[in-house]
Design a protein around this ligand. Structure first.
Ligand SMILES: N=[N+]=NCCCCNC(=O)[C@@H]1[C@H]2[C@H](O)[C@@H](O)[C@H](O)[C@@H](CO)[C@@H]12
Length: 446
C-alpha cells in the first residue's frame, strides 16, 4: 500500500438523509412520505415500532448539530431534502415553512464554513405521489423536475453541489422488487419501470439545472463490485449478471445512454423496449458522480438465488448488516469507473459501517475500534485509487449520527456520533475523534 495522501483541497465531510435523522415528519405543514406510511405499518416494517417520528430530532436541533459538525472539523455536509416538506402534495403548492427549514440549514452550514451538498431524493417520495402511482407513473419525471426547479431557484448559489437521486438501485430493488423498503412492492414487472422512470427523472432534473443552475450536479449510486468465486465460465456469467443488475444498470444509461444487455436476459418478458428518446434524456452531462461504497460480493452460479447468482461468504470481518469488510473493493471500483466511463470527478458520497458499539464507558466515551479500523482501511483505499489516477474529490462518511437504518430501525448504528435516542444526547465516538484528526491533517495522521 502506497503512502496515504490526498489532494490539498480534498473535501472531507459526512452524510445523512432527511427521514433517517430529522424527525417531525409532519411539522409545519409537511406532507407525509411513503416512509411515514411504511414505518408505521407493522406488516411492512421489519423493526416494528421504529419510525421516523423523532429519529435524531434534527429538525429541532439543527443549529446545535451544525455546531457539532464544526467542532468535528467537517468541511462539508451531505444532507437530503424531504420532498414532502417543500411540496406537501409532491407537486403544486410550495410549503414556505418547509422550504425555510432547508434555507436555515444551508445558511447555518455556510456560516460555519461547512459546504452543503444537497440530495434532492433520498427515498422519501411524498405519499400523495405514491397514490398517483409513484415511480411507476411516467409523469413522475416531471413531478421530480418541478420539485427540483423549486429547490434550485431557492438554494442554488448557496448550494453548489447538487445530487438528483440517491441510489436508484436500492429504491427499485428494495421498494419495488423485494418489498423490503417503501413502498413495499414485490413485482418483477414493476421494478424495471420504476427504475427507468427514476432515471428519466434524474435526466429531467439535470436538464432543469442546466436552465436555471450555475454550479454542479451529479448522481449518487451504490456500487458493490462483484468478484467470481472461481474462474469457471458459469461463475463469470453469474458475476456479469450481478454486476449488470446492481452496478451497470444505472451508470451505463446515465453515462453511456444504454442499458446492459444482461438486463434483458435477467428480466425476460418483464423488460420493456425503451424509447430511444428516453435514453437520450437519461444521459445528461454530469459534473460529478457520487459513489456509495459499503461492501463487495463474491459470486457463484447458484440457481437458488435471484439472477442465478449467489453470494459466497468469505473468511473476513462482517458488519452488523452482514456486509464483508473489503477496502480493496473501493479501490477496484474507482479504477473500474475511470476505465469504463472516463475521468469524471468522483466523490465518495457514502462509506461506513454498522458495528455493535459497546455501551458508553464510565467516562462517557464510546469506543468503536471496529469502525476506526474500517475507516482507516477505506481512507487508504481511496488514496490508492487517487495514486492510480482516479479523480476523487472528496469523502462523505456515512454517517454523522446513529440514525434510522430504514426498515432495520435504530438497532444498526452507522454513526461516528453516538445518539442516545431516549435523551437525544450526542456523543462523538472514537471514530469521530479519528476523523477530526484525518481532516485536520488531510490524511497525514494515517
Ligand atoms: N449485500 N449487499 N448489499 C449492500 C448494498 C448497499 C445497499 N444500501 C445502501 O447503500 C444504503 C445507503 C443509503 O444511502 C443510506 O440511507 C443507508 O442508511 C446506508 C446504510 O444501509 C446505505
Amino acid at each position: 500500500m502506497t503512502r496515504v495522501s490526498f489532494p490539498a483541497d480534498f473535501l472531507w465531510g459526512a452524510a445523512t438523509a432527511a427521514y433517517q435523522i430529522e424527525g417531525s415528519p409532519l411539522a409545519d405543514g409537511a406532507g407525509p412520505s411513503i416512509w411515514q406510511r411504511f414505518s408505521h405499518d407493522p406488516r411492512l416494517m421489519a423493526a416494528k415500532g421504529d419510525t421516523g417520528d423523532v429519529a435524531c430530532d434534527h429538525y429541532n436541533r439543527m443549529e446545535s448539530d451544525v455546531a457539532l459538525m464544526k467542532a468535528l472539523g467537517l468541511k462539508a455536509y451531505r444532507f437530503s431534502v424531504a420532498w414532502g416538506r417543500v411540496l406537501p402534495q409532491g407537486t403544486g403548492r410550495v410549503n414556505a415553512a418547509g422550504l425555510a427549514f432547508y434555507e436555515r440549514l444551508v445558511d447555518t452550514l455556510i456560516a460555519h464554513d461547512i459546504e452543503p451538498l444537497c440530495t434532492l431524493f433520498h427515498w422519501d417520495m411524498p405519499a400523495a405521489l405514491d397514490d398517483r402511482g409513484g415511480w411507476l407513473n411516467p409523469d413522475s419525471a416531471e413531478w421530480f423536475a418541478d420539485y427540483a426547479r423549486v429547490m434550485f431557484q431557492a438554494l442554488d448559489g448557496r448550494v453548489k453541489k447538487w445530487v438528483t437521486l440517491n441510489e436508484p438501485w436500492v429504491v427499485t430493488d428494495g421498494g419495488y422488487l423485494h418489498g423490503a423498503l417503501a413502498p413495499g412492492h414485490r413485482n418483477m414487472f414493476e421494478a424495471p419501470i420504476a427504475s427507468h422512470n427514476l432515471m428519466r427523472a434524474h435526466g429531467r432534473a439535470v436538464q432543469v439545472y442546466r436552465e436555471v443552475g450555475a454550479h454542479q450536479i451529479g448522481l449518487v449510486v451504490n456500487i458493490e463490485p462483484k468478484y467470481p468465486a472461481t474462474d469457471s465460465a458459469a461463475d463469470a456469467a453469474a458475476t456479469a449478471r450481478a454486476d449488470a443488475y446492481m452496478n451497470r444498470q444505472y451508470l451505463d444509461p446515465a453515462m453511456l445512454g444504454t442499458y446492459p444487455d444482461e438486463l434483458r436476459e435477467i428480466f425476460g418478458e418483464a423488460w420493456p423496449e425503451w424509447p430511444t428518446d428516453d435514453m437520450a434524456l437519461i444521459r445528461q452531462r454530469l459534473d460529478f458522480v457520487g459513489i456509495n461504497y459499503y461492501t463487495r460480493n463474491v459470486v457463484t452460479a447458484d440457481a437458488s438465488w435471484p439472477l442465478n447468482a449467489g453470494p459466497v461468504r468469505q473468511d473476513a470481518t462482517y458488519t452488523e448488516t452482514g456486509w464483508e469488510v473489503y477496502p480493496q473493493g473501493l479501490t477496484d471500483l474507482l479504477v473500474w469507473f475511470k476505465d469504463r466511463y472516463g475521468d469524471l470527478p468522483l466523490y465518495i458520497t457514502e462509506n461506513g459501517a454498522a458495528f455493535y458499539d459497546p455501551p458508553q464507558a464510565e467516562d462517557g466515551a464510546v469506543h468503536d475500534p471496529l469502525r476506526v479500523s474500517y475507516l482507516k482501511k477505506h481512507f487508504a483505499a481511496v488514496s490508492d485509487a487517487i495514486a492510480q489516477g482516479v479523480d476523487v474529490r472528496g469523502y462523505m462518511l456515512w454517517s454523522l449520527f446513529d440514525n434510522l437504518e430504514w426498515s432495520l430501525g435504530y438497532s444498526k448504528r452507522f454513526g461516528m456520533v453516538h445518539v442516545n435516542f431516549a435523551t437525544q444526547e450526542r456523543t462523538p465516538k472514537d471514530s469521530a475523534k479519528l476523523y477530526s484528526q484525518v481532516i485536520a491533517t488531510n490524511g497525514a495522521v494515517l
